[in-house]
Design a protein around this ligand. Sequence first.
Ligand code: CP
Length: 336
Amino acid sequence: MSVNEPKLSVPSQEALPPLSIGLWQHKHVLDLDDFSPDEINLVFEIADAMSEVISRDVKKVPTLRGKTIATMFFEPSTRTRASFELAAKYLSADTISLDPSKSSVTKGESLIDSLRTLQALGVDTIIIRHPCSGAPYVAAQNLETSIINAGDGCHAHPSQSLLDMYTLRRHLGDLSGRKIVIVGDIMHSRVARSNIWGMKSLGIQLIICAPPTLMPHGLNEMLQKCDLEHVTIEYDLDIAIKDADAVMPLRLQKERQQSGLISSIREYIQHYQLTPERLSYAKPGAIVLHPGPMNEGIEISHEVAYSTQSLIEEQVTNGVAVRMALLYLIAGGKNR
Ligand code: CP
């Protein structure tokens, strides 16, 4: 090579600044009912550091080098799976993505035996999505490997709730006393359930709004039994939305619907779609979130979904930082 030829420059990786993990105790992330306010704020602090990494030209730090992280999704996913896998790669972990439809599950292997196989292969953390509520709990009871719940049936989706609250905090600051409305198919929503626990920790005033047929049976009793006084149930969206700081419509989960829960889509749209007119009853500049995927034109109008008040794309971006924080706290534990 002649001395005048340009040299290839390899971009360098800058390490993370030292991050205190405070009193972090969790081996698994199954739901937010056992997360203290300090632990949620710790996830947010570390996610702030991870957001800075994501903004770099070289989006990679060596933090989880030598660790192996597996995803096993028994239900479809775009956001959660892609963002956990990117999060692991940005932290320099090795990753395996096991597709259950092409795994030995199709030959009759049980869930636990499949996960034990990943454990025997040296996987440090398994991220699992499963249609059965409780499946990640059974996994956590039967394995030494850390388990992260990426959504189990209608039960819980803790990383989604953390990224929802992280997005709110970035725009609203302290969330204590803020009024947030979650509206739509509450009955089938693991996102709503995890947000009930997470938002309690942060002192958020949460209004749950749905037609009576899409409200979970016994929700009122459960709220009383578990001292969830921060949650109010409201069936009329025009009342629920008044003076709200943020509104989060939920997808009508057609794949989990039994027949007869709503009289017609047209009527549902008429009473529960988040439209510009309905949004105008909220506080000026109120934030719009949606966990995705959206049924545009059903629970949310096109105008609202793409308005300047909508942070739906930012939620997706923040999901990578929040999941990097979770992997750092869970998988990085033995290295700290
Ligand atoms: N919000 C959410 O869980 O989206 P995916 O199903 O695309 O992962």
